[in-house]
Each structure stands twice: as C-alpha cells, then as structure tokens.
Design a protein around this ligand. Structure first.
Ligand SMILES: NC(=O)c1ccc[n+]([C@@H]2O[C@H](COP(=O)([O-])OP(=O)(O)OC[C@H]3O[C@@H](n4cnc5c(N)ncnc54)[C@H](OP(=O)(O)O)[C@@H]3O)[C@@H](O)[C@H]2O)c1
Length: 321
C-alpha cells in the first residue's frame, strides 16, 4: 500500500482521490496547500487524515511515500525535483514539461534519488487505448495512412491557470498534449511538424492546430482549443477502413470504438477508472524496482514534439523535433 500526499487542492485531484478509493495499492493520507485552511477544508471534504500548510511541510512528512503533483504547468518540474530530493516517488500531472532539458533534469533527479517518476497521462491506462493500439497494429484497417485527433472545450474562466503564460498555460499544453500523446503512440516519433496558433488569455495559445509527418508517409493532424465546442476524438484512416474513437481521453462507461470496413463494428471496452490504474502502475513500479510505464523516453518525446510545435507556430516554418 503506497501512502500518497497531494500537493495542492487542485480541482483535478478529486479524480485521484476517487481513483485511490478504487485502487488496492493507494491510500491518500495527506494534502498540502499554500493555505492551511484550504488544506483542512479539502481534507475534511475528502476524509484525508493529515494536513499541511505548505508544500514543503507535506514533503517533509515521513508518513508520505509518494506525492501526486497537480500544480500549474510551470511548477511541475521544480516541485517534482524537490519532491524526489525529499525521497518521495512522484506522479506529476501532464504535461511534465514543454522543455526536453527540464524532462531530463526531472528524470535525472529520480535516478539519483532511486525513486519512481511518472507523467500522469491517465488515458494511456484505459483498456480502450490498449484496444485501439491492438486494432491499429493488427492491421484491422489495413496500412495506416492518416490520423486525426482533437481535444477542445470552452467556457473557461478568465482567471483559470490555463490562460496564464507565466504558468505555462495554453491549449497545446493543456489538451493538445493528449493529441500529441495519441499520435506518438500510434505513429512513433514524427519526422517533421508544423503548427498554427491563435493567442488569447494573456498571450497563451487559446487554439492550436498541428500537422505531423511520420515515417512511411503517414500524415497526422490535430486541433485543440479552449474557446471551442467540446471536441474529443481520434480517427485512424487506413487503406481498408477507419477506426473512430469518440471519447478517447475521458472515458465514460459505455465508451466505444467504431471500426468501419464494409460495415461498422462497435467495440465496447471494459469500464475502469484510469486514475486508479495510474496509481497502481506507480505502486507496481515501486514494488518491482523498475521505471514506470510512462518513463523518461515517453516524457522526452512529448516535450520534444510540443517544443517543436510551438517553435513552428512562432516562426511560421515546419520544424524537425
Ligand atoms: N489528467 C487529467 O485528467 C487532468 C485534468 C485536468 C487538469 N490536469 C492537469 O492538472 C494540473 C492542475 O489543473 P487544475 O485544473 O486542477 O488546476 P487548478 O484547479 O487551478 O489547481 C491548481 C492548484 O495549484 C496550486 N497553485 C500553486 N500555485 C498557484 C498559482 N500561482 N496559481 C494557481 N494555483 C496555484 C493551488 O493549490 P493550493 O492553493 O491549494 O496550494 C491550485 O489549487 C494542470 O497541470 C493540468 O494540466 C490534468
């Protein structure tokens, strides 16, 4: 049983609290906030035993084995490194960083400390994702020609961390990183990328669209946005058919994969809580003394592509990651 602390009272931490209830490996034992009253209210609401009025105090708590870090993006690597140096294992929210050098720094710190570090891409732990990969690799729609993916939403408050450039907000960082994760999972590392962004907030990308070219003449596109109607999808276009995943990221029960050749087949994957699964993966990595399934190479690949996309959008040229 891994005793977890939560670093902050972030909205998303609710899903980890719920995931831990379904997990046999995780117990949330502590929460730390910049504000002790906020931490106490959070602990009371979620039945968490231990409360700290600073992140430093949480990291000094000997009853905590591992921490979940759902801070604003710019704080991911600094607090990950601090937590690892305090001897805690770390599950850090996505994106770990948009800077490959920062990713190296974080995993170097994990290696030095002999602790597990994983970037929290929960969608990778849903059986639907495994089934999509299995379908693509087994040639269910022939050779892959095109992949299209999207993640967008709207109705964001003006003071949301996602709209602040100093906290490394932006649509690509917030939700486009899932599209990048999916394209890399299905197609490998891109040979070349290009991006277009529309700025909003205090200068972050409020919308971003990208094109990625992969080996074997596979071309992929994605779009993401924080001022658009809800958009969630992955579509794989093959030589012999298409695969459509209408809910690839958030996976409500009954979520399905549509495989169309002559007819359309509906595949309904097992319903699980991917947040529980990512907690279990960190626990398994700790128990087995190995890296977690999403390790250094995975986070580095993500950061390289995100950095290249931002460079492309800024300079108006295509970029080799
Ligand atoms: N995997 C997923 O499904 C998923 C979903 C949503 C978000 N996320 C990721 O989770 C992270 C947090 O997102 P969120 O929407 O939950 O954020 P949020 O509700 O705004 O929470 C961020 C927390 O960070 C702390 N914080 C420290 N410095 C801050 C600052 N300068 N400004 C604002 N907050 C600060 C605050 O906690 P205290 O005041 O208690 O210290 C705050 O509650 C992001 O990296 C995001 O990409 C992941």
């Amino acid at each position: 049983m891994i005793r977890w602390g939560i670093l902050s009272t972030a909205r998303i931490a609710q899903r980890i609290v719920e995931g831990a209830r379904l997990s046999e490996s995780a117990k949330i034992v502590a929460v730390g906030s910049r504000d002790l009253t906020r931490a106490q209210a959070y602990a009371d609401e979620h039945g968490i035993e231990r409360v700290h009025g600073s992140y430093e105090d949480l990291l000094a708590d000997p009853e905590v084995d591992a921490v979940y870090i759902p801070l604003p993006n710019s704080m991911h690597v600094p607090w990950t490194v601090t937590a690892l140096e305090a001897g805690k294992h770390v599950l850090c929210e996505k994106p770990l960083s948009r800077d490959p050098a920062q990713v190296e720094l974080a995993f170097d710190a994990a290696e030095r400390a002999g602790r597990v570090l994983m970037e929290a891409f929960m969608w990778r732990f849903h059986p639907q994702t495994d089934e999509l990969v299995r379908l693509v690799r087994s040639g269910a729609v022939g050779d892959v020609r095109l992949v299209r993916t999207a993640f967008g939403f709207g109705g964001i408050d003006p003071d949301n961390v996602r709209l602040q450039s100093s906290l490394e907000g932006g649509a690509l960082m917030d939700v486009g990183c899932y599209c990048v994760s999916a394209l890399r999972l299905l197609c490998g590392e891109p040979e070349r990328v290009s991006g277009e962004q529309v700025l909003g907030g205090d200068g972050v990308d409020i919308r971003f669209a990208g094109t990625l070219r992969f080996a074997g003449d596979v071309v992929a596109t994605f779009d993401c946005g924080m001022d658009v109607h809800r958009r969630h999808s992955i579509e794989v276009v093959g030589s012999d058919g298409t695969i459509l995943v209408p809910s690839p990221w958030q996976t409500p029960s009954g979520t399905e994969i549509l495989v169309t050749r002559e007819d359309t087949e509906r595949i309904v994957p097992e319903t699980v809580d991917p947040y529980a699964r990512e907690l279990d993966e960190v626990a398994a990595a700790i128990a087995e003394g190995r890296s977690a399934r999403l390790g250094r190479d995975e986070s580095l690949g993500q950061a390289r592509v995100i950095a290249a996309l931002y460079r492309s959008a800024a300079d108006g040229v295509s970029v080799v990651p």
